[in-house]
Design a protein around this ligand. Structure first.
Ligand code: CUA
Length: 193
């Protein structure tokens, strides 16, 4: 039996070179495209960030916290706003939180407004994504909401000195009706005994 198809010849040297060059050109095109894409992304991200309004930075004088302004002692704790939401104000200091026990209603929009009186502290509510850095001189503000009543620990999670380990607080989430009763009796609510 004769084979009418001529056996394939091994590619000549010139053909091999040509094929290799083609493959290399293809990969070079992919690499250059990727680089151009990344540069465009970086430019877009940079311009986008530069043109956005800067996040609101609020400052506060840490040396007069207890004496005047928003974080004066009588203004700490939870307070009901005209729109029904609740604002929680608190201070972190070596080595405690004021108030030591925060009381909030469940199923209500909350805003935490916290600051530090001395060094950087951490404010974290266990089992939630509520996590703030309390930096002296600045107000840390965060919206939050708890769906169910309960009690959670509130440790300082930023090393702040020798007493850091002992810097803990608690947050108590009560149902709306209970909170409303307590809020009717006092302007600022907390669960500090
Ligand atoms: Cu405050 Cu650690």
């Amino acid at each position: 039996m004769t084979d009418s198809v001529s056996p394939t010849q091994p590619p000549s040297h010139d053909e091999s070179v040509e094929r290799v060059e083609r493959v290399e050109r293809r990969w070079a095109t992919i690499a250059v495209t990727l680089i151009v894409l990344l540069v465009l992304l970086a430019i877009f991200a940079g311009v986008h960030q530069a043109t956005l309004p800067q996040s609101r930075v609020e400052t506060v004088d840490p040396s007069t916290l207890h004496l005047a302004g928003e974080f004066i002692d009588s203004n700490l704790g939870s307070t009901v706003e005209p729109d029904g939401s609740v604002t929680v104000r608190g201070i972190g200091q070596q080595y405690s939180f004021t108030p030591q026990c925060i009381l909030v209603p469940a199923d209500t929009p909350l805003t935490f407004r916290m600051t530090s009186a001395d060094v950087v502290h951490g404010f974290l509510i266990t089992g939630t994504d509520i996590n703030l850095m309390l930096v002296p001189g600045y107000v840390a503000s965060l919206p939050a909401r708890f769906s169910t009543p309960g009690e959670r620990a509130m440790p300082c999670h930023e090393f702040c000195g020798m007493g850091h380990e002992g810097m803990w607080g608690r947050i108590k989430i009560v149902d709306k009706a209970t909170f409303a009763q307590m809020a009717a009796a006092a302007k600022r609510v907390s669960c500090v005994k």
